[in-house]
Design a protein around this ligand. Structure first.
Ligand code: S3P
Length: 169
């Protein structure tokens, strides 16, 4: 297994927060794939969705993941939709994949006041989360090595928990 930790999971499950804390706790580098996409494109993800469409965003996402996939001793936070493409899942599976799990109601609550994330469908927030979560659940389940519920515990507790699950010396 590559010396990599990939935090995956739906939007608003805490991947970036936990990823940063975990990388500090184990002394590894940290890469936020969404942030690298924005740097690479010199525009926000919302703008990429608006101006170029989701498919173009997915192309860039795959490109960036492939580009960074040689980095080891690294914790990666990923976008919620990274699991959609099989090619991405193959890359993720070569490292240690941690699925951050949060129930549908909490996700909707956390996304309700969010203005930074572009919508993924024309549906209402509730229907969008229900539909895309349903579609993605099996993809997250297919690749994870450890599943951690990030519902009520503090980020410190979650970080410590993940740290203790890591298979690296
Ligand atoms: C997406 C999730 C976002 C970002 C983009 C698409 C998705 O990342 O990659 O807006 O399809 O779920 P977060 O999971 O960090 O919100």
């Amino acid at each position: 297994m590559k010396r990599q930790v990939f935090l995956v999971g739906y939007r608003a499950t805490g991947k970036t927060t936990i990823g940063k804390m975990l990388s500090r706790a184990i002394g590894w580098k940290f890469v936020d794939i969404d942030e690298e996409i924005e740097k690479n494109s010199s525009k926000s993800i919302r703008k990429i969705f608006e101006e170029d469409g989701e498919e173009r965003f997915r192309d860039i996402e795959s490109e960036i993941l492939a580009r960074f996939s040689n980095m080891e001793d690294t914790v990666f936070s990923t976008g919620g939709g990274i699991v959609i493409r099989e090619k991405n899942r193959e890359i993720l599976k070569k490292g240690f994949v941690v699925l951050l799990d949060v129930c549908e109601e909490t996700i909707i609550e956390r996304l309700r006041n969010d203005t930074t994330r572009p919508p993924l469908t024309n549906l209402s927030l509730e229907e969008e989360v229900k539909k895309t979560l349903e579609e993605r659940k099996k993809l997250y389940e297919e690749i994870y090595h450890a599943k951690v519920t990030n519902e009520k515990a503090s980020p410190e507790t979650i970080t410590e928990l993940i740290k203790n699950l890591l298979p690296f010396a």
